[in-house]
Design a protein around this ligand. Structure first.
Ligand SMILES: NC(=O)c1ccc[n+]([C@@H]2O[C@H](COP(=O)([O-])OP(=O)(O)OC[C@H]3O[C@@H](n4cnc5c(N)ncnc54)[C@H](O)[C@@H]3O)[C@@H](O)[C@H]2O)c1
Length: 256
């Protein structure tokens, strides 16, 4: 009776940052649950699933986002799901401390986290209105809720600059604002807040990975597959009574 509760059959989805560590896995999961998925990223990539297409898009550029949506709507017949996963930053490394960060890096980091979500949301609204509603899922971060603990970063080179978390906090709040203001159009807006999901191809510092694990209740970092369930849930009818919510998937990092 409830076998189709999480079904995405007939959904027409766009995933920004869909080539990324988390974006590629959740795009595939959504296609497996029945959605047509436009994987949007800076470069196109061959897709292995028949319901997935790849479209080049730069989410720093409104014109590029408009082209992405036009092409998606032409290929799929509309858009009713948007996953805002793309992000870009500035100020990583020794110049990322509050004392040293430039105005330029500050603005770029905020824009990479929150400006991306704002532009992609603004431009998708007419498509979702035409579809009679939709679901938008924004990617926050645990660092939009709590501060990075500087003591765990050591020489990992992964120090997290102040503009990232400030931008992600904005994403979580912007999610609530949009939920309130788009509900009348049938558009639900929620966020997913990942905890530590280090990409094994990028982060191989064992000492640092152990420190990350210790900060969680479950004692380990997450793997990309472990974010997909929350996204499929929020995109699907299973979450039809949810809007303005934030699902935290962090192994317990922010709960103690
Ligand atoms: N991995 C984690 O530990 C973690 C933790 C908290 C939050 N997050 C959030 O989850 C989301 C996905 O993270 P990830 O680990 O998969 O990151 P990732 O770096 O692997 O993927 C990000 C993707 O965004 C794309 N991108 C960058 N600039 C772009 C632009 N201008 N236009 C279009 N695409 C662009 C990149 O090419 C990349 O494919 C991000 O919003 C990130 O902030 C991740």
């Amino acid at each position: 009776m409830y076998e189709k509760l999480f079904s995405l059959e007939g959904k027409k989805a766009v995933v920004t940052g869909g080539n990324g560590y988390l974006g590629s896995v959740l795009s595939r999961a959504m296609a497996d649950f029945g959605a047509n998925v436009a994987v949007a990223d800076l470069e196109t990539r061959e897709q292995e699933h028949e319901r997935m297409i790849s479209i080049a898009c730069d989410v720093s550029d409104t014109g590029s986002i408009r082209k992405l949506y036009q092409e998606t709507a032409e290929r799929f017949g509309g858009i009713d799901v948007l996953i805002n996963c793309a992000t870009y930053g500035a100020g990583y490394g020794p110049l990322g401390t509050v004392e040293r960060m430039s105005d330029e890096d500050w603005h770029k980091g905020l824009d990479g986290a929150a400006g991306t979500v704002f532009r992609a949301t603004r431009e998708v609204i007419p498509y979702m209105e035409r579809a009679g509603g939709g679901s938008i899922v924004n990617f926050g971060s645990m660092y939009g809720i709590v501060s990075p603990d500087p003591s765990i970063y050591g020489d990992s080179g992964a120090n997290n600059p102040a503009n990232y978390g400030a931008g992600k906090a904005a994403v979580i709040q912007f999610t609530r604002y949009c939920a309130a203001h788009l509900a009348a159009k049938g558009i639900r807006v929620n966020s997913v807040t990942p905890g530590p999901f280090p990409n094994p191809r990028v982060q191989q510092n064992d000492a640092f990975l152990q420190q990350l694990g210790k900060k969680t209740m479950l004692g380990r970092a997450g793997t990309a597959e472990e974010i997909a369930g929350a996204v499929v849930f929020l995109a699907s009818g299973a979450s039809s009574y949810m809007t303005g919510s934030n699902i935290v998937v962090d192994g317990g990092w922010t709960a103690w």
